[in-house]
Ligand binder design. Sequence first.
Ligand code: PHE
Length: 343
Amino acid sequence: MAQLIEKISQIQAALKSELKQASTLENLEQVRIAFLGRNGSIADLMTELKALSVEEKRVAGPKLNELKQWAQQAYDEQKYALEREAARAEQRSNKYFDVTAYKHNQFQGRLHLYTQFIAHLQDIFISMGYEIVDGPELETDYHNFKALNIPDNHPARDMHDTFWVDVPGMLLRTHTSNVQVREMEKRKPPFALASCGRVYRNEALDASHAFLFNQLELIFVDKDVSLSNLIATAKTFLQALFEKEIKVRVRPGYFPFVEPGVEIDASCPFCKHGCSICKKTGWIELLGAGLVHPNVLKCSGIDPDIYSGFALGTGLERIAMIKYGITDIRFFHSYKNEFLSQF
Ligand code: PHE
Protein backbone atom coordinates (compact mmCIF):
# COMPACT_ATOMS: atom_id res chain seq x y z
CA MET A 1 0.00 0.00 0.00
CA ALA A 2 2.84 2.35 0.87
CA GLN A 3 4.10 1.76 -2.64
CA LEU A 4 0.76 2.80 -4.13
CA ILE A 5 0.63 5.99 -2.06
CA GLU A 6 4.16 6.75 -3.15
CA LYS A 7 3.15 6.26 -6.80
CA ILE A 8 0.15 8.60 -6.33
CA SER A 9 2.39 11.48 -5.32
CA GLN A 10 4.92 10.64 -8.03
CA ILE A 11 2.22 10.68 -10.69
CA GLN A 12 0.85 13.92 -9.36
CA ALA A 13 4.27 15.56 -9.59
CA ALA A 14 4.89 14.10 -13.06
CA LEU A 15 1.49 15.26 -14.36
CA LYS A 16 2.05 18.73 -12.95
CA SER A 17 5.30 19.17 -14.84
CA GLU A 18 4.00 17.56 -18.06
CA LEU A 19 0.96 19.86 -18.07
CA LYS A 20 3.21 22.84 -17.63
CA GLN A 21 5.32 21.77 -20.58
CA ALA A 22 2.37 21.03 -22.87
CA SER A 23 2.44 24.17 -25.02
CA THR A 24 -0.02 23.07 -27.71
CA LEU A 25 -3.40 21.37 -27.65
CA GLU A 26 -1.83 18.36 -29.43
CA ASN A 27 0.83 18.01 -26.68
CA LEU A 28 -1.87 18.33 -24.08
CA GLU A 29 -3.87 15.54 -25.69
CA GLN A 30 -0.82 13.25 -25.44
CA VAL A 31 -0.54 14.07 -21.74
CA ARG A 32 -4.24 13.34 -21.26
CA ILE A 33 -3.91 9.92 -22.90
CA ALA A 34 -0.82 9.06 -20.82
CA PHE A 35 -2.35 10.02 -17.49
CA LEU A 36 -6.14 10.17 -17.74
CA GLY A 37 -6.69 7.81 -20.68
CA ARG A 38 -8.31 4.39 -20.43
CA ASN A 39 -4.85 2.75 -20.27
CA GLY A 40 -3.11 5.70 -18.62
CA SER A 41 -1.14 5.70 -15.41
CA ILE A 42 -4.13 6.65 -13.21
CA ALA A 43 -6.14 3.72 -14.61
CA ASP A 44 -3.14 1.48 -13.78
CA LEU A 45 -3.28 2.69 -10.17
CA MET A 46 -6.98 1.78 -10.07
CA THR A 47 -6.05 -1.78 -11.06
CA GLU A 48 -3.42 -1.86 -8.32
CA LEU A 49 -5.95 -0.56 -5.80
CA LYS A 50 -8.26 -3.50 -6.53
CA ALA A 51 -5.55 -5.95 -5.38
CA LEU A 52 -5.36 -4.36 -1.89
CA SER A 53 -7.16 -5.52 1.26
CA VAL A 54 -10.32 -3.78 2.46
CA GLU A 55 -8.47 -1.82 5.20
CA GLU A 56 -5.78 -0.74 2.78
CA LYS A 57 -8.38 0.32 0.24
CA ARG A 58 -9.99 2.51 2.90
CA VAL A 59 -6.74 4.49 3.22
CA ALA A 60 -5.48 4.46 -0.38
CA GLY A 61 -8.90 4.75 -2.10
CA PRO A 62 -9.68 8.36 -1.08
CA LYS A 63 -6.11 9.41 -1.96
CA LEU A 64 -6.43 7.94 -5.42
CA ASN A 65 -9.81 9.63 -5.86
CA GLU A 66 -8.29 12.91 -4.85
CA LEU A 67 -5.59 12.44 -7.47
CA LYS A 68 -8.20 11.67 -10.15
CA GLN A 69 -10.22 14.78 -9.38
CA TRP A 70 -7.17 17.00 -9.16
CA ALA A 71 -5.78 15.57 -12.42
CA GLN A 72 -9.02 16.20 -14.29
CA GLN A 73 -9.24 19.75 -13.01
CA ALA A 74 -5.60 20.54 -13.74
CA TYR A 75 -6.03 19.17 -17.24
CA ASP A 76 -9.24 21.18 -17.82
CA GLU A 77 -7.59 24.39 -16.68
CA GLN A 78 -4.60 23.91 -18.94
CA LYS A 79 -6.89 23.03 -21.85
CA TYR A 80 -8.96 26.18 -21.32
CA ALA A 81 -5.80 28.31 -21.15
CA LEU A 82 -4.41 26.80 -24.36
CA GLU A 83 -7.73 27.21 -26.21
CA ARG A 84 -7.97 30.83 -25.18
CA GLU A 85 -4.42 31.44 -26.29
CA ALA A 86 -5.16 29.74 -29.66
CA ALA A 87 -8.27 31.92 -30.15
CA ARG A 88 -6.27 35.05 -29.39
CA ALA A 89 -3.54 34.05 -31.82
CA GLU A 90 -6.18 33.45 -34.48
CA GLN A 91 -7.68 36.87 -33.80
CA ARG A 92 -4.27 38.53 -34.00
CA SER A 93 -3.62 36.93 -37.38
CA ASN A 94 -7.06 38.05 -38.72
CA LYS A 95 -6.59 41.76 -39.10
CA TYR A 96 -9.97 42.31 -40.72
CA PHE A 97 -12.52 40.24 -38.86
CA ASP A 98 -16.24 40.92 -39.05
CA VAL A 99 -17.31 42.53 -35.77
CA THR A 100 -20.98 41.96 -36.61
CA ALA A 101 -20.62 38.26 -37.37
CA TYR A 102 -21.93 37.01 -34.03
CA LYS A 103 -24.80 39.42 -33.53
CA HIS A 104 -27.97 37.44 -33.23
CA ASN A 105 -31.60 38.56 -33.09
CA GLN A 106 -30.93 42.20 -33.73
CA PHE A 107 -33.86 44.35 -34.86
CA GLN A 108 -33.09 45.54 -38.31
CA GLY A 109 -33.99 49.05 -39.40
CA ARG A 110 -35.99 49.33 -42.59
CA LEU A 111 -37.77 51.87 -44.71
CA HIS A 112 -41.30 52.75 -43.61
CA LEU A 113 -44.13 51.26 -45.66
CA TYR A 114 -44.89 54.77 -46.99
CA THR A 115 -41.36 55.26 -48.27
CA GLN A 116 -41.29 51.82 -49.87
CA PHE A 117 -44.72 52.12 -51.43
CA ILE A 118 -44.20 55.63 -52.81
CA ALA A 119 -40.89 54.51 -54.33
CA HIS A 120 -42.72 51.54 -55.88
CA LEU A 121 -45.44 53.79 -57.34
CA GLN A 122 -42.86 56.22 -58.67
CA ASP A 123 -41.02 53.34 -60.37
CA ILE A 124 -44.27 52.40 -62.09
CA PHE A 125 -44.96 55.98 -63.21
CA ILE A 126 -41.41 56.48 -64.45
CA SER A 127 -41.65 53.22 -66.40
CA MET A 128 -44.80 54.66 -68.02
CA GLY A 129 -42.94 57.80 -69.09
CA TYR A 130 -44.15 60.12 -66.32
CA GLU A 131 -42.01 62.73 -64.61
CA ILE A 132 -42.26 62.88 -60.81
CA VAL A 133 -43.25 66.27 -59.41
CA ASP A 134 -44.15 67.66 -56.02
CA GLY A 135 -46.28 70.50 -54.68
CA PRO A 136 -46.82 72.42 -51.43
CA GLU A 137 -48.96 71.09 -48.59
CA LEU A 138 -49.65 74.59 -47.29
CA GLU A 139 -51.57 75.95 -50.23
CA THR A 140 -53.62 78.89 -51.43
CA ASP A 141 -57.38 78.70 -51.89
CA TYR A 142 -56.65 79.57 -55.52
CA HIS A 143 -54.45 76.53 -56.26
CA ASN A 144 -56.50 74.08 -54.21
CA PHE A 145 -59.95 75.23 -55.35
CA LYS A 146 -60.50 78.25 -57.59
CA ALA A 147 -58.08 77.30 -60.36
CA LEU A 148 -59.63 73.82 -60.30
CA ASN A 149 -63.03 75.21 -61.24
CA ILE A 150 -64.24 75.30 -57.62
CA PRO A 151 -65.12 78.98 -57.00
CA ASP A 152 -66.21 80.38 -53.61
CA ASN A 153 -69.54 78.91 -52.50
CA HIS A 154 -69.24 75.94 -54.88
CA PRO A 155 -70.96 72.97 -53.21
CA ALA A 156 -67.95 70.72 -53.96
CA ARG A 157 -66.07 72.62 -51.23
CA ASP A 158 -68.31 70.91 -48.68
CA MET A 159 -66.91 67.52 -49.64
CA HIS A 160 -63.39 68.62 -48.79
CA ASP A 161 -63.69 69.38 -45.03
CA THR A 162 -60.87 71.86 -45.25
CA PHE A 163 -58.37 72.74 -42.54
CA TRP A 164 -58.00 76.49 -42.88
CA VAL A 165 -54.99 78.16 -41.34
CA ASP A 166 -54.67 81.54 -39.63
CA VAL A 167 -53.46 83.28 -42.78
CA PRO A 168 -56.48 84.37 -44.88
CA GLY A 169 -56.82 82.46 -48.15
CA MET A 170 -54.40 79.71 -47.05
CA LEU A 171 -55.23 76.09 -46.23
CA LEU A 172 -53.74 72.62 -45.92
CA ARG A 173 -54.24 71.11 -49.36
CA THR A 174 -57.23 68.77 -49.49
CA HIS A 175 -55.96 66.89 -52.53
CA THR A 176 -52.88 66.57 -54.73
CA SER A 177 -54.76 68.22 -57.63
CA ASN A 178 -53.08 71.50 -56.63
CA VAL A 179 -50.00 70.04 -58.32
CA GLN A 180 -51.88 70.06 -61.65
CA VAL A 181 -52.41 73.79 -61.38
CA ARG A 182 -48.89 74.63 -60.24
CA GLU A 183 -47.30 72.58 -63.03
CA MET A 184 -49.64 73.79 -65.78
CA GLU A 185 -48.82 77.37 -64.80
CA LYS A 186 -45.15 76.87 -65.54
CA ARG A 187 -45.10 74.30 -68.37
CA LYS A 188 -45.99 74.09 -72.02
CA PRO A 189 -47.63 70.87 -73.28
CA PRO A 190 -46.92 68.09 -73.86
CA PHE A 191 -46.19 66.88 -70.34
CA ALA A 192 -46.93 63.75 -68.33
CA LEU A 193 -46.55 64.24 -64.59
CA ALA A 194 -47.04 62.13 -61.47
CA SER A 195 -47.17 63.25 -57.88
CA CYS A 196 -47.59 61.52 -54.52
CA GLY A 197 -47.99 63.37 -51.26
CA ARG A 198 -49.78 64.23 -48.06
CA VAL A 199 -53.24 65.80 -48.03
CA TYR A 200 -55.44 66.91 -45.13
CA ARG A 201 -59.15 66.72 -44.43
CA ASN A 202 -60.98 67.50 -41.22
CA GLU A 203 -62.50 64.04 -40.81
CA ALA A 204 -63.12 61.86 -37.76
CA LEU A 205 -60.51 59.13 -37.49
CA ASP A 206 -61.70 55.55 -38.04
CA ALA A 207 -60.52 52.38 -39.75
CA SER A 208 -60.86 53.87 -43.22
CA HIS A 209 -60.66 57.66 -42.64
CA ALA A 210 -57.80 59.81 -41.51
CA PHE A 211 -57.35 63.59 -41.29
CA LEU A 212 -53.88 63.20 -42.82
CA PHE A 213 -53.50 60.79 -45.70
CA ASN A 214 -51.77 60.59 -49.06
CA GLN A 215 -52.91 60.79 -52.64
CA LEU A 216 -51.35 60.12 -55.97
CA GLU A 217 -52.14 62.11 -59.07
CA LEU A 218 -51.37 61.83 -62.76
CA ILE A 219 -51.83 64.53 -65.36
CA PHE A 220 -51.13 64.24 -69.05
CA VAL A 221 -51.67 67.14 -71.45
CA ASP A 222 -51.01 67.06 -75.19
CA LYS A 223 -52.89 67.49 -78.47
CA ASP A 224 -55.79 65.04 -78.95
CA VAL A 225 -55.70 63.40 -75.53
CA SER A 226 -58.90 61.41 -75.15
CA LEU A 227 -60.76 59.19 -72.70
CA SER A 228 -59.27 56.12 -74.36
CA ASN A 229 -55.76 57.35 -73.40
CA LEU A 230 -57.02 57.75 -69.84
CA ILE A 231 -58.55 54.29 -69.70
CA ALA A 232 -55.46 52.61 -71.18
CA THR A 233 -53.25 54.48 -68.71
CA ALA A 234 -55.44 53.50 -65.76
CA LYS A 235 -55.34 49.86 -66.86
CA THR A 236 -51.56 49.87 -67.33
CA PHE A 237 -51.08 51.43 -63.90
CA LEU A 238 -53.43 49.01 -62.13
CA GLN A 239 -51.86 45.99 -63.79
CA ALA A 240 -48.37 47.14 -62.74
CA LEU A 241 -49.67 47.80 -59.22
CA PHE A 242 -51.36 44.43 -58.72
CA GLU A 243 -48.90 42.56 -60.95
CA LYS A 244 -51.65 40.78 -62.86
CA GLU A 245 -54.20 41.13 -65.63
CA ILE A 246 -56.89 43.62 -64.50
CA LYS A 247 -60.11 44.66 -66.24
CA VAL A 248 -61.32 48.21 -65.76
CA ARG A 249 -64.89 49.49 -65.55
CA VAL A 250 -65.65 53.15 -66.15
CA ARG A 251 -68.62 54.90 -64.55
CA PRO A 252 -69.61 58.56 -64.72
CA GLY A 253 -68.34 60.55 -61.75
CA TYR A 254 -68.30 64.19 -60.78
CA PHE A 255 -65.23 66.28 -60.03
CA PRO A 256 -65.51 70.00 -60.90
CA PHE A 257 -62.07 70.09 -62.55
CA VAL A 258 -62.71 67.36 -65.14
CA GLU A 259 -65.27 67.00 -67.91
CA PRO A 260 -66.34 64.33 -68.45
CA GLY A 261 -65.54 63.02 -64.97
CA VAL A 262 -65.29 59.31 -64.38
CA GLU A 263 -64.71 56.78 -61.66
CA ILE A 264 -62.64 53.78 -62.63
CA ASP A 265 -63.10 50.41 -60.97
CA ALA A 266 -60.69 47.49 -61.18
CA SER A 267 -61.75 43.87 -61.48
CA CYS A 268 -61.00 42.30 -58.09
CA PRO A 269 -57.37 41.15 -58.13
CA PHE A 270 -58.07 38.55 -55.43
CA CYS A 271 -61.09 36.55 -56.57
CA LYS A 272 -63.22 35.44 -59.51
CA HIS A 273 -66.66 35.25 -57.97
CA GLY A 274 -66.70 37.81 -55.14
CA CYS A 275 -64.82 38.06 -51.85
CA SER A 276 -64.83 40.30 -48.78
CA ILE A 277 -62.37 42.75 -50.36
CA CYS A 278 -64.63 43.46 -53.37
CA LYS A 279 -67.73 43.09 -51.16
CA LYS A 280 -68.91 40.20 -53.34
CA THR A 281 -69.19 42.44 -56.41
CA GLY A 282 -66.00 41.43 -58.26
CA TRP A 283 -65.11 45.15 -58.64
CA ILE A 284 -63.17 47.61 -56.51
CA GLU A 285 -63.68 51.37 -56.79
CA LEU A 286 -60.22 52.81 -57.14
CA LEU A 287 -59.67 55.92 -59.22
CA GLY A 288 -61.21 59.33 -59.74
CA ALA A 289 -60.40 60.71 -63.17
CA GLY A 290 -61.53 62.56 -66.24
CA LEU A 291 -60.51 64.93 -69.03
CA VAL A 292 -59.12 68.18 -67.67
CA HIS A 293 -61.92 70.78 -67.73
CA PRO A 294 -61.36 73.52 -70.38
CA ASN A 295 -61.77 76.15 -67.64
CA VAL A 296 -58.88 74.60 -65.72
CA LEU A 297 -56.60 74.55 -68.78
CA LYS A 298 -57.53 78.14 -69.61
CA CYS A 299 -57.05 79.34 -66.06
CA SER A 300 -53.45 78.06 -66.07
CA GLY A 301 -52.64 79.50 -69.49
CA ILE A 302 -53.16 76.47 -71.74
CA ASP A 303 -55.39 76.87 -74.81
CA PRO A 304 -58.20 74.26 -74.61
CA ASP A 305 -58.85 74.65 -78.34
CA ILE A 306 -55.39 73.22 -79.05
CA TYR A 307 -54.70 70.96 -76.09
CA SER A 308 -56.59 68.45 -74.02
CA GLY A 309 -55.52 66.26 -71.13
CA PHE A 310 -56.58 63.77 -68.55
CA ALA A 311 -56.10 63.72 -64.78
CA LEU A 312 -56.37 60.76 -62.46
CA GLY A 313 -56.18 60.55 -58.69
CA THR A 314 -56.66 58.21 -55.78
CA GLY A 315 -55.90 57.63 -52.11
CA LEU A 316 -52.49 56.10 -51.62
CA GLU A 317 -53.33 54.31 -48.36
CA ARG A 318 -56.49 52.93 -49.95
CA ILE A 319 -54.59 51.18 -52.73
CA ALA A 320 -51.85 50.03 -50.33
CA MET A 321 -54.53 48.61 -48.00
CA ILE A 322 -56.11 46.68 -50.86
CA LYS A 323 -52.79 45.46 -52.26
CA TYR A 324 -51.40 44.30 -48.89
CA GLY A 325 -54.62 43.38 -47.06
CA ILE A 326 -54.20 46.12 -44.41
CA THR A 327 -57.42 46.43 -42.42
CA ASP A 328 -57.00 49.78 -40.66
CA ILE A 329 -55.62 53.06 -42.01
CA ARG A 330 -54.46 53.99 -38.50
CA PHE A 331 -51.73 51.32 -38.71
CA PHE A 332 -49.82 53.57 -41.14
CA HIS A 333 -49.02 55.99 -38.32
CA SER A 334 -49.01 53.52 -35.46
CA TYR A 335 -45.23 52.97 -35.27
CA LYS A 336 -46.05 49.39 -34.25
CA ASN A 337 -43.10 47.21 -35.07
CA GLU A 338 -45.30 44.11 -35.50
CA PHE A 339 -47.03 45.94 -38.36
CA LEU A 340 -44.09 47.77 -39.90
CA SER A 341 -41.72 44.81 -39.86
CA GLN A 342 -44.00 42.98 -42.30
CA PHE A 343 -42.96 45.30 -45.10
N1 PHE B 1 -58.68 65.24 -56.44
C1 PHE B 1 -59.74 64.26 -56.43
C2 PHE B 1 -60.11 63.92 -55.00
O1 PHE B 1 -59.40 64.25 -54.10
C3 PHE B 1 -59.35 63.03 -57.17
C4 PHE B 1 -59.21 63.29 -58.65
C5 PHE B 1 -57.98 63.58 -59.19
C6 PHE B 1 -60.31 63.18 -59.48
C7 PHE B 1 -57.84 63.80 -60.54
C8 PHE B 1 -60.19 63.39 -60.83
C9 PHE B 1 -58.98 63.70 -61.37
O2 PHE B 1 -61.12 63.31 -54.76
